[in-house]
Design a protein around this ligand. Structure first.
Ligand code: SF4
Length: 258
């Protein structure tokens, strides 16, 4: 039984319920990642270190080491090399230090938080930057805003805000600090840092639990169809034999109905 859900597991489910099944229920690791996802993971670690020691050299070392480790562990789907990502990250970290310096002093970074849900699967997430009255989320790897996928960034931010309120008894201010990229000579390069303040409608916040409830219902029903949107299959590490051979989990009641 799945012990907890997270915004990213919900994101996987809404891309492809069958991928969610293979990864989260069967426990088969996802060994393929987009370059910008790998970049985002490494930059999160580098920014976490920066906000503790405010030393750009230390954070660049963390970025370099993390990218090296990740390129050794997963297949990275893209034409961007480890070297290009290291260069782009070094520029981004230098610009970050110049723009924000030591003004961002968090109470906590990489703060794990759990939303307990009686008779339901708990939700676990990690807050990038936590202060006395605000949460900052770094958006580095993927497109940070996609209105056709509201469960993506909105679900993330709602989950942080709701968890914060559960923990501290008040709603936080919400900010996104995002890396803005541009294309040059068909290469993705770092452009600038952008700060956005988000307005969370508190009276609607609980509506976002709908997405977690939908995943939970699928788990109870054992219903994990393969996605109809084949663009998600392009870079899926389960494409081919794993996807074809993995039987969707179907529980006994559903089997009886069938
Ligand atoms: S290959 Fe496509 S259908 Fe199969 S698990 Fe991956 S995303 Fe889903």
């Amino acid at each position: 039984m799945l012990e907890h859900l997270s915004p990213s597991s919900v994101h996987t489910f809404f891309q492809c319920p069958h991928k969610f099944y293979i990864n989260k229920i069967e426990g088969i690791p996802d060994r393929t990642q987009y370059a910008m996802t790998v970049f985002g993971t490494a930059m999160h670690k580098a920014l976490d270190i920066y906000s503790r020691v405010f030393d750009i050299r230390v954070s660049v070392d963390v970025l370099t080491e993390t990218l090296k480790d990740l390129y050794g562990q997963v297949t990275v789907n893209t034409d961007m090399t480890e070297c290009q990502l290291t260069q782009m990250g070094t520029i981004a970290l230098t610009e970050f230090a110049m723009k924000f310096g030591a003004t961002l002093v968090p109470v906590e970074t990489e703060f794990p938080i759990t939303i307990k849900r009686p008779n339901k699967i708990d939700i676990k997430t990690i807050i990038d930057y936590l202060d006395e009255d605000k949460i900052i989320d770094y958006k580095l790897g993927k497109s940070w805003f996609n209105t056709s996928n509201p469960y993506d960034y909105e679900l993330n931010m709602f989950t942080y805000a709701y968890a914060y309120k559960e923990h501290f008894g008040k709603w936080p201010k919400l900010y996104i600090i995002r890396a803005k990229y541009r294309q040059k000579d068909r290469q993705t390069i770092f452009g600038d840092w952008v700060v956005d303040e988000l307005n969370l409608q508190e009276d609607k916040a609980e509506d976002y639990f709908y997405f977690y409830d939908t995943v939970e219902r699928a788990i109870k029903d054992g219903f994990f169809p393969r996605t109809l949107d084949k663009k998600f299959c392009g870079y899926c590490s389960y494409k081919g034999s794993t996807c074809a051979q993995t039987l969707p989990y179907i529980n006994k009641e559903v089997q009886n109905v069938l």
